[in-house]
Design a protein around this ligand. Structure first.
Ligand SMILES: Nc1nc2c(ncn2[C@@H]2O[C@H](COP(=O)(O)OP(=O)(O)OP(=O)(O)O)[C@@H](O)[C@H]2O)c(=O)[nH]1
Ligand SMILES: [Mg+2]
Length: 301
């Protein structure tokens, strides 16, 4: 029996739906999703299987004009994920069409080696009328010929089976890259930190989510089968600490509860989650913090 395997990088503007698509194709939530831009910080791999093919999805941070060091490191991670991939899928949003950001990504893609197939996935088709889709697909293909064009709703699961099948068929022949029961390539302690960061991002407003990071400090397996997880939320300013804690600690309590419930479902066992909020003004300049996120601080300059 011949097997196929390889890397598929999902690229696109922030909020295009890359993480939603990763989760959809894997069939489990391995990457966090929020309605806010710049949710994904590092490259995360999700593993999907289609028949004899193992499709390793490389979910990347959204491509945007980087201002801060962290943003630059995120964008660098996204492009290097694309450069290493066997196939690149560019996601755009059906209702937003060809934005300046999409134009910039197309320009950069033009410099890619011609051997790497690039497919187009027009996402969020649930938000537009069918007529507008054909025009958008044509306009995009006039700008560059895509190996294939898919119209999908990552959230609703429309068109995603076709995309998955095509990816599986298009990957090179070769042995599988991960054990068949592995669904993500990110240590559990990092996934756990990401779950908490998602819950924080959903509850905190404006800039605050971008100025905090979550790290799992310790993970203890208990005799009764449960896990005790201790995490630190690093914030950049004293004032942020109070906001994260909330009135009488209500915000952090709600975050902790939501994160714990999701972790329990993911792990299939009881979790005791303890969050501590620490002020660390310099965390955005610390190599160690970047490394915890799977980023390289050298890309931040
Ligand atoms: N209506 C609709 N919304 C979608 C669809 N796919 C994703 N979304 C929503 O779009 C928002 C962004 O989704 P993400 O998957 O986090 O987007 P992303 O591209 O990973 O974003 P970054 O990590 O910030 O680059 C979330 O609110 C999703 O629920 C879709 O097919 N239809
Ligand atoms: Mg994402």
């Amino acid at each position: 029996m011949t097997t196929r395997a390889g890397f598929v990088a999902l690229i696109g503007e922030p909020n295009a739906g890359k993480s939603t698509l990763t989760n959809r194709l894997v069939g489990a939530k391995v990457s966090i999703v929020t309605h806010k831009v710049q949710t994904t910080r590092a490259r995360l791999r999700g593993v999907a299987i289609d028949g004899d093919a193992q499709i390793v999805l490389v979910d990347t941070p959204g491509l945007f004009k980087p201002k801060r060091g962290l943003d630059r490191a995120m964008v660098a991670a996204a492009w290097s994920g694309a450069a290493d991939a066997d196939i690149v899928v560019l996601l755009i949003e059906a209702h937003r069409g060809i934005t300046d950001g999409v134009e910039e990504i197309l320009e950069r893609l033009a410099q890619f080696p011609a051997e790497t197939p690039v497919a187009l996935a027009i996402n969020k088709i649930d938000r537009v009328k069918a007529e507008s889709l054909l025009a958008l697909a044509k306009e995009m293909n006039d700008r560059r010929p895509f190996a294939e064009t898919f119209m999908i709703s990552a959230e609703k699961g429309r068109g995603t089976d076709d995309l998955k099948r095509w990816l599986g068929e298009s990957l090179p022949e070769g042995p599988w890259l991960y054990p068949e029961d592995q669904i993500a390539d990110l240590p559990m302690r990092m996934i756990a930190a990401e779950v908490t960061r998602e819950k924080l991002t959903l509850r905190l407003h404006q800039e605050l989510p971008y100025q905090l990071t979550v790290e799992t400090e310790s993970w203890e397996e208990r005799k009764d089968g449960s896990a005790r997880i201790d995490q630190i939320v690093y914030v950049a300013r004293e004032g942020h600490k109070g906001i994260v804690l909330g009135h009488r600690g209500e915000t952090v309590k709600a975050v902790s509860k939501a994160a714990r419930e999701e972790l329990e479902e993911f792990l299939g066992r009881k979790v005791h989650l303890f969050l501590q909020v620490k002020v660390r003004p310099s965390w955005l300049e610390e190599a160690e913090r970047y490394a915890e996120m799977g980023l390289d601080i050298r890309d931040a300059t």
